[in-house]
Design a protein around this ligand. Sequence first.
Ligand code: PEP
Length: 279
Amino acid sequence: MGNKFIIYILTHYGIICHMEKKKIIIGNWKMNPSSSKEAEKLFSGVAKGFSGVKKTEIVFCPPFIYLESLYRLLKAKRYTLKASLGVQNVSLGDVGPYTGEVSAGMLYGVGAKYAILGHSERRAQGESNGDINKKIKFSLVAGLRPILCVGESVRDEQHGYFNLIKKQVEECLSGISKNSIYKIIIAYEPIWAISSTPDRRDATPDDCREMVIFIRKVLSDKFGKEASRARIIYGGSVNSKNAKDFLQNGGIDGLLVGNASLDVKKFTEIIKICETLNK
Ligand code: PEP
């Protein structure tokens, strides 16, 4: 029996679909740490806790410059079944005259599997839904799995933020085929809850669950039943104290962690919480 036949049977009976929805914990390192040595130390520190992890997918998204050395470490220590690497942006082009840019294909070539796209810190620099849509398409062609960030900066009393999220999801995923939707992760990140936002406030698992249900509806209107294969995760000041509540009550398939992913103890704790809840 060939591999293709086995994959067909597993997919047909929803087994691969289930595997795809494995809970995921993603660390967005942003522009940290300040040296390659420190990046390896941070990665290795978290990796010490990998042995007990079976049901959680772990992703590290470092700055581009650390990718190659971390990928070497990942392979040398045979961590590739436990964890993978992601990037925080890809170029709007493929190859050619894009000074200072790095393409999705190049990043895939040095070990990246995921790409955080449309993060609010990039949108704040002028990245539009149209740009993000192009980046998602380049990423998929290159073999990278997009982590599409969506989120409102304020919650207005008229609930206009639902329309904003709908527009972000629809425009960023315009022209994406139903067959690719299982590769896409949507990260709901309310900007008002992100740790670096001035005067931030806490989002609750209820805030999160309500939006996850809404995003699922937007996805299913657009992609039909295939939409259930996309993972939806939450990000915004997740730490070892609130992770359990979000994972248990937020209706999510995982977490996108910024600040706390730079702390070995805190990030390891979040991974362990996720693993324990999956048992
Ligand atoms: C982020 O900005 O993607 C993020 C989740 O940050 P933090 O966890 O620090 O709020």
